[in-house]
Ligand binder design. Structure first.
Ligand code: G1P
Length: 293
């Protein structure tokens, strides 16, 4: 079955990047010239997603505005006549009317709870979850790679994007164990654990912020108890679902950038700037100056 819907949990407080996120949502932090949320929306659209579900919270209204039509801007640019390039940028970034839904998490109870808040909008079909503070720079995008893998597998398959992390960092992530290999970049998941204590991780493969899940996860999330960090964890619900359905790990192509951390945010700006034909040379020259200081 086609994956038509993606859930974007955007209710987080963004405490790792304060004070930038005091009055502005983390998801509106800008990498080069686009907010994070626009990158993940574009990635989902490229992957064939048709409906974009944002699980928001207080202070996040600007995300809804970002995906709205901006009448003043459109008419002003149209009246100027010569600003076709800007008009095209706006049109390209714009979801179709009715293709977005916004629902509120109301309380910061964890990623599992955020996903559960989207249950009625997702309904009874497989869906993607995309965490907006993680960007993967690659063509095709990470979600497209996952959806292509899901289509090949068929059936009630659940897929996780995974990436190796240094052993000393496994306690910061959800980690999955590696079972039977199906391809050089895909394996059956053999156990998962959220934020394992140091030295107890079953592998160094961390769950990255891209998931394809079957709707049966919602029933499990409904009664999911709090786990690591006192939060309702998506990983714990996936452990429950893995008792009756298959989970696959996909070692995707591309580099993950954790833009919800200050070093990750800076690195992403450099990586995405260097990937742009119009900015690369100037940026390289500037960086050289700083490196020589
Ligand atoms: C969440 C997930 C975790 C995953 C991580 C990726 O954790 O719970 O399994 O590895 O995202 O960034 P968080 O970063 O919200 O603590």
């Amino acid at each position: 079955m086609k994956i038509r819907k993606a859930v974007f949990p955007v209710a987080g407080l963004g405490t790792r990047v304060l004070p930038a996120t005091k009055a502005m949502p983390k998801e509106m932090l800008t990498i080069v010239d686009k907010p994070l949320i626009q990158y993940v929306y574009d990635e989902a659209r490229e992957a064939g997603i048709e409906h974009f579900i944002f699980v928001t919270g207080r202070n996040k209204g600007v995300i809804e505005d970002h995906f709205d039509k901006m009448f003043e801007l459109d008419t002003t640019l149209a009246a100027r006549g010569n600003k076709k390039a800007e008009q095209e940028i706006l049109a390209r970034n714009q979801p179709e009317a009715g293709a977005t839904s916004f629902t509120r998490q109301q309380a910061p109870l964890g990623l599992g709870h955020a996903v559960w808040c989207a249950r009625d909008i997702v309904g009874d079909e497989p869906f993607a979850v995309v965490l907006p503070d993680e960007l993967v720079l690659n063509d095709p995008g990470c979600l497209k790679q996952m959806i292509q893998a899901a289509e090949k597998l068929g059936g009630k398959s659940n897929l996780l994007a995974v990436e190796p992390v240094p052993d000393e960092l496994t306690h910061q992530y959800g980690i999955c164990g590696v079972g039977k290999r199906l391809a050089s970049n895909m394996f059956e998941v053999d156990g998962m654990i959220e934020k394992p204590a140091k030295g107890t991780a079953p592998s160094n493969l961390s769950i990255t912020g891209r998931y394809i899940l079957q709707p049966e996860i919602f029933k499990i999330l409904e009664t999911q108890e709090r786990g690591a960090g006192g939060e309702i964890q998506l990983t714990d619900a996936m452990i429950g679902l893995a008792k009756s359905q298959k989970f696959y790990g996909v070692e995707f192509e591309g580099e993950r950038h954790d833009c919800g951390s200050k070093p990750g945010f800076l690195r992403a700006n450099i990586a995405y700037g260097m990937a742009r034909d119009d900015l690369r040379e100037g940026l390289r020259a500037e960086m050289k100056k700083y490196l020589e200081k």
